[in-house]
Write a protein that binds this ligand. Sequence first.
Ligand SMILES: C[S@@+](CC[C@H](N)C(=O)[O-])C[C@H]1O[C@@H](n2cnc3c(N)ncnc32)[C@H](O)[C@@H]1O
Length: 360
Amino acid sequence: MSISSIQKLTVSISGHVRSKCYSLGKWLRGSPKLMKWFYPPEKVVTPAEKYREVNVNYFSDLHTQERMLADQQRMAFYHEAIRRKIKPGDRVIDLGTGTGILAAFASRQGAGKVYAVDHSSIIEHAKMLAAENGIENVEFEDVHSSKLYLDEKVDVILHEQIGDFLFDEAMVPNVCDLRDRLLKPGGLILPSDFEFYCEPMTMHDDRREPYIWELNDVYGFDFSSMEARRPYDAEYNGLVSCDLGVVKQFLGVAEPLLEIDLNSITESSLSQNVIFKRKVIKPGILDGLVVFMKAKVDDDLELSSSPLDPNRAPHWGFRILRLDQVQAEAGDELEITMSVKDWIDPETWRWACRRIRTEW
Ligand SMILES: C[S@@+](CC[C@H](N)C(=O)[O-])C[C@H]1O[C@@H](n2cnc3c(N)ncnc32)[C@H](O)[C@@H]1O
């Protein structure tokens, strides 16, 4: 048989097979029972599982760990907290050990045993680093903390599960789970006290970014029709920044919107609708709200991500929740409403602000 006849035959057979496969596929799609057998339904992934996957990938990356290790405010805060609070002989869980640095601090402080748990592959480096640095009493557990089972309860849960928006690294559910299962009564959670802030603020004039529909003359080009297509989702309206050149001032006196005590909090005790007021003391344009956090160990040992704190821990971002700009005068009152479906997921946050002219 000549080569060209073989080619023709091959083309004709493969065309025949393809058409049969197509008919089979069509027939299967018309029969739900058979369809399930051939193509098992995709596993339903919950938001928590999805987040876990993102977290594992994010923290497996060496550069993510480098950014945290390079944050000197963060490192000094944890080093000092561990020096003050971990007692010789303490049994400790280091929740989310990463490179194992906090476990090493605890071990050097005299902890009897540290269970260092992490669900990302960074733990393989942590094991080697501990051995290379002569850290001996740390037991590494490469599981998600909810799958950590121990034969004993511990004196201390040590953790750095602090997201840019405080809650978004699942700190509350992760710590609560370990607290309820594996912490001795009266045991220590380090750190346990947090403040969540959401402050009305003014941006620096040269950093203010108008909404696109406010631009009606960009060298003669008009964007104002975009207002009809204004997006209302939190991803568009909530900007994330580490850029300290953006926020010029808070309009009022900063006060925590939520105070969190991990010793007593439960996931369901977090309020989902919060209304609060701020008296304007520094007049200026209200550009939005800025979200940041504070962690507290002692009165003189705090960690802050406030964009206006010169000692802020630099690697944490802060979030700007944009608002339609209004001029706020001293004495005005701003009433802010936040409604939140899930604190872990900032995309579910919604916010609004009402200016009340009290002295006009
Ligand atoms: C912010 S990093 C802190 C790392 C380290 N403790 C430090 O201070 O440098 C959080 C770490 O916790 C891990 N992690 C987050 N949630 C976890 C969980 N529920 N169980 C185990 N590991 C977790 C991440 O993989 C990541 O390495």
